[in-house]
Ligand binder design. Structure first.
Ligand SMILES: [Mn+2]
Length: 353
C-alpha cells in the first residue's frame, strides 16, 4: 500500500507533536508517586531563571488543583531577578528555611544535578520520594523517579505534557507560568521543535498577551543598563585559536560593575554577545559575589558547550550551558581556556570552519 504525500505529511506532523514514547514510563511513575503524596515541596535550581520559577509555580498550581498541599522554594537566600516576580505563582514560594517538616514528597524542576539544589541538597537527597523533572541532557538522574525529557525545549514543556496526561485543567495563571519558561529557554522561539509553537499557541489561547509577557521578562531595563553595557562590552576579547580554531569571545562582568543594575541586566549580556559571528563560542564571566564566578556559555553551530561546562563541573545544553567557578578573574579565564581541547573534540570536522 502506498501512502500519499499528504498522509505522510500528516503522520510526520502527528509524530512531531507527540510526547516521546520514552516518557510514558516516567509519566506513569510520577503519577503513581503523586497518588500517595499529601504534602509536596517543589524545588527549582539556585539563582532561578524563568523556566525554573515558571515550572515550580505551575507545578504547585497543578498539585493544589489535585487537592494536595504544595509550596515552592529554592536553596539560596537572594531574591531572583525582578522580572521573575511577574510570573503568576511566585507567591507560592517560601524561603528554603521555612519548608514544612511534614513534606513527604519532593519535586525538583529544571535541576540537572543535586548540586543545583544548593542549601537543600542534603535534605532532598535523603528522601526516597523525589521526582526529578527536567530537560537538561546532562541530567544525572538523581530522583526516585526521573521525568527527564532532553528533547523538551523547557522544563515547562515537560510539565505541559505531563499535565495533559494527569488530567490537569490549564488555567490562565498556569499557562502564563509555563509560557514564561518556554519563551525564555527557546531564546524567543529560536531553539526547538515545531511543537514549541503549537504549545505556545495552546498557552496563549488561555488569554495571554505575548507582548506583555515578552516585555516583562526580556525588555524592562533601567537607564543604568546602558552605561553598564558600555563598561562590560568594552571587555570583549576574541580568542581565535579556541576549540581548534572555532574561536571564543569572552566578556567580563566584575562584581563592582553590577552596582546600579540587577540580574535582569547582567543575565541579558550573553544574549548580546552571542549575536556576533566572529567566533562559534561565547562566554560571559560574571562575578556574582567577590571571587565567585558564574560562567555562561553559548555556541552558534559547532561546539557542544554542555560538554565544555561538564568538563569544568557544570552542565547544560548543546548550545547553552554554564558553570560556577571560584578564584580571580584570570584563574577563571585560564580554566575556561584550558577547556579548548574539550571544545575542539565536540566540534564535528565537517562543520568546523
Ligand atoms: Mn530550563
Amino acid at each position: 500500500m502506498t501512502t500519499s504525500p499528504q498522509a505522510q505529511e500528516q503522520a510526520a506532523h502527528q509524530l512531531s507533536q507527540a510526547i516521546g514514547r520514552h516518557m510514558s514510563k516516567p509519566i506513569q511513575q510520577t503519577q503513581a508517586m503523586l497518588a500517595d503524596a499529601k504534602n509536596v515541596g517543589v524545588v527549582c535550581h539556585v539563582h532561578p531563571d524563568a523556566d525554573a520559577v515558571g515550572a515550580a509555580a505551575a507545578m504547585v498550581m497543578a498539585l493544589r488543583q489535585r487537592g494536595l498541599w504544595a509550596v515552592a522554594s529554592y536553596g539560596n537566600n537572594e531574591l531572583p531577578a525582578k522580572s521573575l516576580l511577574t510570573i503568576p505563582g511566585w507567591d507560592a514560594f517560601v524561603p528554603f528555611t521555612e519548608l514544612d517538616e511534614d513534606i513527604d514528597t519532593w519535586v525538583t524542576v529544571d535541576c540537572a544535578s543535586p548540586g543545583r539544589l544548593g542549601a537543600l541538597e542534603q535534605r532532598l537527597m535523603a528522601s526516597d520520594r523525589l521526582i526529578n523533572v527536567d530537560h537538561h541532557p546532562t541530567n544525572t538522574r538523581f530522583g526516585a523517579v526521573d521525568l527527564v525529557d532532553e528533547y523538551s525545549e523547557s522544563t515547562t514543556m515537560v510539565l505541559l505534557d505531563f499535565f495533559g496526561v494527569w488530567g490537569i485543567k490549564l488555567t490562565r495563571e498556569m499557562a502564563h507560568a509555563l509560557y514564561a519558561g518556554l519563551l525564555t529557554d527557546t531564546a524567543s522561539f529560536q531553539f526547538g521543535r515545531s511543537r514549541m509553537h503549537t504549545a505556545a499557541a495552546r498557552l496563549l489561547d488561555k488569554g495571554l498577551d505575548p507582548r506583555t509577557i515578552g516585555a516583562q521578562l526580556l525588555e524592562e531595563h533601567p537607564f543604568a543598563y546602558l552605561p553598564f553595557l558600555g563598561t562590560v562590552l568594552a571587555t570583549a576579547t576574541e580568542v581565535k585559536s579556541f576549540g581548534g580554531g572555532v574561536g571564543l569571545i569572552h566578556v567580563t562582568i566584575a562584581h563592582e560593575d553590577q552596582r546600579d543594575v540587577g540580574q535582569d541586566e547582567t543575565e541579558s549580556v550573553i544574549d548580546i554577545v552571542r549575536t556576533t559571528n566572529a567566533a562559534d563560542v561565547c562566554a560571559v564571566l560574571k562575578e556574582y559575589s567577590p571571587g565567585v564566578w558564574s560562567v555562561s556559555l553559548r555556541s552558534r553551530e559547532v561546539v557542544d558547550v554542555s560538554q565544555v561546562a561538564l568538563s569544568l563541573g557544570g552542565g547544560g545544553h548543546l548550545r547553552a550551558a554554564g558553570v560556577t567557578l571560584e578564584g580571580t578573574r584570570d584563574e577563571v579565564l585560564e580554566a575556561l581556556l584550558g577547556a579548548s581541547d574539550v571544545a575542539a573534540s565536540t566540534a564535528s570536522p565537517d562543520t568546523r570552519r
